[in-house]
Write a protein that binds this ligand. Structure first.
Ligand code: SF4
Ligand code: SF4
Length: 155
């Protein structure tokens, strides 16, 4: 059965330069589409990618990732920030590994750059004002997105 899921992979320092993603393809026949990747200042890596392939191979590939020390999370949706709730306290900027959340020291305002966000969700529980949420598409939205993708593939 064909299976596809977005996953967030966090690579500890010792794993980042190993051909782990390549092995997912060669050992488990999984296709991957890298959505975002970033090496943090501490030399750890965070990568969001879409993995697809046979469900059994998918599960084996995930097990393989865990065995080699990669932290794996499944991405349910997109990170959103509620501008009305955010007080620009700056707390989330301390934990964000990609600088998607950053503090402008001149204006003391926190900006959110969605393009840099890898969906690790570290900021979600940290925000005291619940200004950051994981926006999970509804079942009908997911169907509509899938239909659009299928439609886009037609010549
Ligand atoms: S922790 Fe919450 S309130 Fe504080 S800057 Fe970040 S999003 Fe805004
Ligand atoms: S989920 Fe939050 S902490 Fe993680 S990269 Fe996105 S903004 Fe930064």
């Amino acid at each position: 059965m064909k299976f596809s899921k977005k996953v967030v992979l966090e690579f500890p320092q010792h794993t980042w330069d190993q051909p782990i993603i390549y092995a997912l393809n060669t050992k488990y026949d999984l296709m991957f589409n890298i959505i975002k990747a970033k090496i943090t200042p501490r030399q750890e890596g965070v990568m969001t990618l879409e993995l697809s392939g046979d469900k059994e191979n998918f599960d084996k590939g995930i097990e393989f990732l865990k065995e080699v020390g990669v932290r794996v999370r499944f991405l349910a949706g997109d990170i959103e920030r509620d501008e009305k709730l955010c007080t620009h306290c700056g707390l989330c900027t301390v934990i964000c590994p990609t600088d998607a959340l950053s503090l402008n020291r001149d204006t003391m305002e926190v900006s959110f750059d969605k393009e840099r966000c890898v969906g690790c969700e570290l900021c979600v529980p940290l925000c005291p004002f619940k200004a950051i949420i994981m926006n999970i598409p509804s079942h009908s939205q997911r169907n509509s997105l899938q239909n659009n993708r299928r439609g886009n593939k037609k010549p």
